[in-house]
Design a binder for this molecule. Structure first.
Ligand code: SF4
Length: 207
């Protein structure tokens, strides 16, 4: 599968999984157990993008299936979103960084074509960026997650243009800050997801 020529082609998720699953474009390929591609619905209208697989995801082959994934699933459910039907989940890098370190710029760049292909094929009008690494990796915004969190930003360029993106706290941060008291990070994230659910309900069915 080539890139970016494949962007506008009809989705072929089986070919994508085969090609991406064999990827050695960056050094993260050497220590992974498997490439962690996605979870959720290929035609979801909300895509959530996180940082990188952790140990559980590396072992199971799906993003957000560890403890932070359980936090995310809980908040999605409380926002009225079905994790299997309403969202498509992925990460800015698809292989686990050693010791769960942050992905490096070269690794983000190497993995970006896969993510761009996923965005183009899922074609979500709304994208949630989970954490500072996702915000930097997808939009190139390298600081200000706390200030930007909860704001809808207009995407630009051939892949993000026409979409709205919202920076959100990463679920692993919410694991360390579990209070649901009003104004706390977990409460704010639930409100953000409720806002996303409300926007989804307002979208024309064709989007
Ligand atoms: S992180 Fe992305 S670019 Fe690097 S080897 Fe894995 S799939 Fe390929």
């Amino acid at each position: 599968m080539a890139h970016p020529q494949a962007l506008a082609s009809a989705p072929d998720w089986a070919a994508f999984a085969t090609a991406c699953g064999a990827c050695t474009r960056c050094g993260l390929s050497t220590a992974r157990q498997q490439v962690v591609i996605s979870r959720g619905h290929h035609q979801a209208r909300l895509m959530l993008i996180g940082e990188a697989p952790g140990a559980t995801e590396d072992a199971m082959g799906e993003p957000f299936v560890g403890r932070s994934g359980q936090v995310l699933d809980q908040l999605l459910a409380e926002a009225g979103l079905d994790r299997s039907r309403d969202v498509y989940l992925g990460n800015v890098v698809k292989c686990r960084p050693p010791d769960n370190r942050k992905p490096r710029a070269a690794e983000l760049a190497a993995c970006r074509p896969w993510l761009d292909q996923q965005i183009a094929w899922v074609d979500p009008p709304l994208i949630g960026l989970l954490g500072a690494t996702a915000l930097a990796g997808v939009m190139g915004v390298k600081s200000g997650l706390t200030q930007l969190r909860g704001q809808w930003l207009a995407g630009e360029g051939p892949v993000l243009g026409g979409r709205l993106l919202i920076p959100l706290f990463h679920p692993s941060y919410l694991l360390r800050n579990p209070s649901l008291a009003e104004g706390k990070p977990k409460w704010l994230t639930r409100e953000d997801l409720r806002g996303a659910a409300a926007r989804l309900r307002q979208l024309p069915a064709s989007l």
